[in-house]
Design a protein around this ligand. Structure first.
Ligand SMILES: [Zn+2]
Length: 333
């Protein structure tokens, strides 16, 4: 390792989401030291989000008495499609089109910055940290505001020929299904995202079904879109049949999507993550795994690992640090 690199002891992983920015500080062995969180406030525009990312970083460094000059590299996961030179081509939920995220952040921070799609870095974090880079092939599927995935083939991220591989949320599972944000009909995301779950509950309640969530919403003066994924588990545990049915459907749809992915790619492991999985893991995973195993091809071992990631919300920042470390050492991811 060059001497200059040795003096730089830290790596930063950033997970940029539609609602929140997470920054994580790691040492050279990629041990986690601490993290910071800020709201994204995407509606204020690109420049403002850039400033908030920088603040999320500088506050964290300040807490640990680390100078920016001691940081070897920053790895950041952004929603949307990302070019090889770190431009965000399009990120719908941030309202971004053709922004030079890598270049702009490097100008402010004076530290090398590497940018990847958010699902790709989450998969990278799970693969290198949780699974220790052991399996040859892995797919990470993430259920949050939307549904996305990151694919590891032959121990490396598979980005596709046009950098958009892994759009599992837009796998069409119902030809006559509801319209999706992408313009197609019947995408998995229409059946399994957090957004859809609360919309379905709202629709069911409007049709006269009972749900404990109605009381929760009324007592807090909110609407369904303000509820958290964790409220769903509370409702199911309290015997809410309406929520239970909707989540069972999600588990079935995602289980079938997992089987499709397994049959198509034949990986060693499929790891699930994202806010919906983190909140509902104990309830949703057994149903989802059972359904996935029913639909996988004969010849695929029933022992193939299908599991919820233990990294939870930290998958993105962990993967960001992996990206920063490997890329700054000239290793591919
Ligand atoms: Zn779609």
């Amino acid at each position: 390792m060059p001497k200059e690199q040795l003096e730089k002891k830290y790596y930063l992983g950033i997970d940029l989401g539609g609602t929140k920015i997470l920054s994580g500080l790691y040492n050279r062995e990629l041990s986690f030291l601490g993290k910071n969180k800020k709201r994204t406030k995407a509606e204020r525009g690109y420049k403002s989000v850039l400033e908030r990312i920088v603040r999320c970083i500088t506050e964290l460094l300040d807490d640990f008495d680390v100078q920016l000059g001691e940081v070897a590299a920053v790895g950041i996961g952004s929603p949307g499609s990302i070019t090889r030179d770190g431009k965000v081509v399009f990120a719908g939920n941030l309202g971004w089109k053709d922004v030079s995220l890598k270049k702009d952040l490097e100008e402010i921070l004076k530290v090398p910055v590497f940018v990847e799609n958010d699902c790709n870095i989450a998969a990278l974090g799970i693969y290198h940290h949780e699974l220790k880079g052991e399996p040859e092939n892995m797919v990470g599927i993430f259920l949050g505001t939307g549904v996305g995935s990151g694919i590891i083939i032959n121990r490396h991220l598979y980005r596709g020929s046009h950098m958009i591989a892994g759009e599992v949320g837009h796998m069409v599972i119902d030809l006559f299904g509801e319209k999706c944000n992408c313009g197609n009909r019947g995408c998995l995301e229409v059946y399994a995202s957090r957004r859809t779950i609360f919309k379905k509950i709202d629709d069911a309640v409007c049709k006269g079904e009972d749900s404990i969530l109605v009381d929760m919403v009324q007592s807090q003066g909110k609407d369904f879109s303000n509820l958290r994924s964790g409220d769903l588990l509370k409702a199911i545990r309290a015997g809410d049949k309406c929520v239970e049915k909707i989540i069972n459907d999600v588990a079935d749809y995602v289980g079938i999507a997992v089987a499709n992915v397994i049959n198509f790619l034949d990986p060693d492991a499929v790891m699930l993550g994202g806010g919906v999985i983190d909140a509902l893991e104990d309830y949703i995973m057994p149903i989802l795994i059972k359904r996935a195993r029913e639909y996988t091809f004969p010849g695929i071992p029933q022992t193939l690992k299908i599991a919820a990631s233990k990294l939870g919300d930290d998958a993105g920042i962990t993967g960001g640090a992996v990206l920063a470390l490997r890329s700054s050492l000239g290793k591919s991811c």
